[in-house]
Design a binder for this molecule. Structure first.
Ligand code: ADP
Ligand code: ZN
Length: 839
């Protein structure tokens, strides 16, 4: 016998791994997907290691091998171990991230009614509830019964009730692994099996079977050798499975079953784009990446290039080089940037070799793309966060575009960060990895400063680099320094060249001057100018809805979500009040629900009101809005973008959706309606986030030969975040922000972990949190775990969501894993290592 270590996907099996035996001639290896006996059930498991000598214990055997090839490579299994350790989650949960979509299965328990057994007298309420449910349904899942019992507050007794019913012989209980939720799509095809003179003979023979004859004629029309899908015959009403089977029995047609690929890029054409000549800065960056690829060792880069500096072209060149060396690539882009514009650039450069993975695909499409990737039929995978787990063979390079984006962090267990996972994978497998951004995260910039990432700079807009500077002067704020300064500057970071000038408008001064509208005088004038020149304008406001709070003027009552306590936002399109935390909706009130007064007032500004105000202020302009409400349908993003690119609108109003990666050459003005929305949130990343947003939004202006400018409206014009963003000075921002982080001991100067407890009943939540904080402090003292601060417990900034209270404890310090590994937390606690926000 041979022995292996298995991570098991079953309740009770999540905290460690188990050893199993198997026949040595079975093709079982590290990464194999298996079924194993576990307790008295069968469960799915993944082999994570070989074991030489059997331990001195009774060992059970693997029941089945689920796939003849290992589903995970050894590097991926090692990656899973790192994820489990770093993010403090079960190994099986980390490994399941890498399984084909729909294949990870937990066993589930089925309860069924035994036939012909009379129940004894004296069953209690819970037992009767279960029995009654089974009389109606015969077979149900355990979870269903627990739900029924929960309504009578008996959920905790589920196990006791079932044990008793089983002991009476009244019910059966079995546990099974469900078949995979997603499978290949198999379709039936029909093909002509006769030719020449046999054809008229067949037609004659079918004289008395008109339906078979109709089907046969249709198949005949498809021509010899052509296979027609059975569904086509059915759709055209000329045949079905029975008719085709009858034809096959006569030997006139053959029937085959084939897998068809569900292709997310089907029915789209991508123009082939020949690679342009690289600019000197691009060439220098590419040369370093090329050298690293040839060396086939771990090589992490930070490609720090201003917006519009041609980062994507560097990625494309690097990927082409990897392919030339017989290796493959994964490209991560933020979910929101997975627009046709991005996909087109990659599909146009690598036609037929691209696979796409993101959350808007159907389960079937995702499954098929995954299998295509594993079979080596795609060389370049582009996708959002989870595409880092795609089973790419001979991986050579990983690209993370906009590496600072928050959407790379998964907000449910396992709470991994795709950038950090990518760096780890690259280290384990000896890969080149390129993190690209115009506004690198503080973590990455600091890692670069400390030499853990190699920096590649692209300091100029492409137009400037190609010597085709804007036809309209871009203004002095944007174009600074000369080529000579540039080299001197390179040690400090790039001096942006070719970026649009930014004007800061102090809204306090506007107010003093008597302007109470949402458009300051400079912004209004700039919009008018752009419209008169038939150019396009983007107005950015990072808040959805119409009015951000609704208040009774008589009694001061603010309409709030009953379950989350936050003020409700008025949405004028549906005339509802909407909770932005839980999406609860209710009709806007006619009177105050508190005092019955009728002076309801709407305050605050969201994109819907901005759209309405824009139409009012510029009645001749065509206005388009792009936010989560206006783009909820599948394909809506594409449609809005297409309309704007085709100049079917003059002004685009939107939230951060418009900030990402769009290349819109006719946009000459970007107006930031309020820079302050996200600046004052009580979160250590609030400033960084605001800086990134402002820089990205500003980067949408002046990308074409028309040039452009940016106007930022703010109540705090002196704030370093706004100052640095308007000067396009990443370095100034970085220095200030880093000093702040150092002073307060926040990342990158420490690790941070957030422990969050969420439940009904604030008193209980608070007790739990206080109890854990006490335990942790005790543990730190006893074990002398120096350098770990415990902050809290305290209610989270979002204190209540969907009726459940949220209390948190923050851990800050070094090597937090020492402490986290020692905590045994009850399941309602979530652990978020490297949290992206602490709100
Ligand atoms: P970034 O990703 O840094 O925002 P892009 O890669 O989108 O910048 O480049 C901006 C524009 O410049 C795109 O339209 C791109 O096609 C074009 N471009 C990039 N590199 C070159 C080049 N070397 N020659 C000509 N055009 C280029
Ligand atoms: Zn709510």
């Amino acid at each position: 016998m041979a022995y292996v270590e298995v991570a098991v996907n079953a309740p009770g099996g999540r905290s460690s791994t188990f050893i199993y035996a198997h026949e040595p001639d079975l093709p079982i290896d590290v990464g194999s997907l298996v079924v194993v006996p576990f307790g008295n059930i069968l469960a799915q498991g993944i082999v994570v290691g070989r074991v030489d000598r059997p331990p001195d214990l009774p060992i059970r055997s693997i029941a089945r091998l689920l796939d003849s090839e290992p589903v995970l490579s050894p590097a991926r299994v090692a990656l899973g171990r790192w994820i489990a350790e770093h993010y403090c989650c079960a190994l099986i949960d980390a490994l399941n991230l890498m399984l084909p979509p729909g294949v990870a299965q937990r066993p589930h328990t089925i309860i069924s009614l035994a036939a012909g057994v009379e129940p004894p007298d004296g069953l209690d309420e819970g037992e009767q509830i279960v029995l009654e449910a089974l009389r109606q349904k015969r077979r149900v899942e355990l979870g269903y019964l627990r739900g029924l019992l929960a309504r009578r507050r008996l959920a905790r007794q589920t196990e006791r009730i079932l044990r008793r019913l089983v002991s009476f012989g009244l019910v059966h209980r079995e546990t099974a692994i469900r078949p995979a939720a997603t499978r290949p799509r198999i379709e039936t095809y029909v093909r002509l099996a006769v030719e020449g003179v046999a054809v008229p003979a067949a037609l004659a023979a079918l004289q008395r079977a008109p339906r078979q004859r109709a089907a046969f004629e249709r198949i005949l029309r498809a021509g010899p050798g052509a296979a027609i899908p059975l569904v086509t015959l059915r759709d055209e009403g000329v045949g079905d499975a029975a008719i085709v089977a009858a034809l096959a029995r006569r030997g006139l047609v053959s029937i085959e079953r084939r897998e068809v690929r569900r292709d997310p890029l089907a029915y789209r054409d991508f123009p082939i784009i020949p690679p342009p000549q690289l600019t000197p800065a691009q060439e220098a960056a590419f040369a370093e990446i090329r050298t690293a690829l040839a060396a086939r060792a771990y090589a992490p880069f930070l490609l720090h290039g201003i917006t519009g500096s041609g980062k994507t072209e560097v990625y494309l060149r690097a990927i082409a080089e990897a392919l030339r060396l017989g290796r493959r690539a994964i490209v991560l882009v933020p979910e929101i940037a997975l627009t046709p514009q991005t996909i087109q650039r990659f599909a146009g450069r690598f036609p037929g070799r691209l696979a796409v993975l993101h959350s808007r695909l159907t389960a079937g499409e995702r499954f098929d793309e995954w299998r295509r990737i594993r079979a080596g039929e795609a060389d370049v995978v582009i996708g959002s966060r989870s595409a880092i787990f795609a089973p790419v063979r001979d991986l050579g390079i990983i690209i993370i575009d906009e590496e600072h984006e928050w959407s790379y962090k998964q907000e449910k267990t396992p709470r991994y960060h795709a950038r950090d996972v990518a760096l780890k994978l690259a280290e384990l497998a000896g890969l080149t990895v390129v993190l690209g951004s115009a506004t690198p995260s503080l973590e990455s910039a600091y890692a670069a400063e400390r030499g853990r990432l190699r920096v590649l700079y692209l300091p100029e807009r492409i137009e400037v680099a190609l010597g085709r500077a804007s036809a309209r002067p871009a203004g002095s704020a944007g174009v600074r320094g000369s080529a000579a300064d540039l080299t001197a500057d390179q040690a400090r970071g790039p001096r942006a060249r070719g970026l649009p000038p930014v004007e800061i408008v102090d809204l306090r001064a506007e107010l003093r001057a008597g302007n109470r509208t949402i458009f300051s005088t400079p912004l209004r004038q700039a919009i008018e100018l752009a419209l008169s020149l038939r150019e396009q304008v983007i107005l950015f406001l990072n808040r959805r809805g119409d009015s951000t709070f609704v208040l009774c003027r008589d009694c001061g009552h603010v309409m709030r979500c009953g379950r989350c306590e936050v003020p409700l936002v008025y949405h004028s399109d549906v005339e509802d009040l909407v909770c932005h935390l839980c999406d609860h909706r209710e009709p806007a009130p006619a009177g105050c629900p508190n005092c019955w007064g009728s002076h309801i007032r709407y305050f605050g500004l969201g994109t819907q009101k901005l759209e309405a105000e824009t139409r009012r202020a510029f009645p001749r302009a065509r206005v388009l809005r792009w936010d989560r409400d206006s783009a909820s349908a599948r394909g809506a993003h594409e449609e809005i973008l297409r309309a704007f690119v085709n100049h079917e609108a003059d002004i685009l109003v939107g939230t951060q959706m418009i900030a990402k990666g769009l290349d819109l050459p006719r946009v000459t003005l970007v107006g930031v309606i309020s820079a302050d929305t996200s600046l004052h949130l009580p979160d250590f990343r609030a400033t960084e986030r605001t800086f990134q947003l402002l820089t990205q939004v500003a980067g949408r202006a002046g990308r074409g030969p028309l040039g452009g400018k940016v106007i930022i409206q703010t109540y705090c014009p002196e704030h370093y975040c706004i100052q640095a963003a308007s000067a396009h000075d990443y370095h100034a921002f970085y220095e200030r922000e880093l000093a702040f982080r150092r002073q307060h001991g926040y990342p990158p100067f420490s690790e941070l972990a957030r422990l969050l407890y969420v439940d009904y009943g604030e008193a209980r939540v608070r007790r739990e949190a206080e109890e854990l904080a006490r335990q942790i402090r005790g543990l730190i003292r006893r074990e002398a775990l120096e350098g770990i601060d415990v902050i809290g417990p305290a209610p989270a900034f979002r204190r209540k969501i969907r009726g459940r209270y949220r209390w948190q404890i923050l851990l800050r310090g070094h090597r937090l894993a020492r402490l986290l590994a020692r905590l045994s937390l009850e399941p309602r606690w979530t652990v978020d290592v490297d949290p992206i926000t602490t709100l």
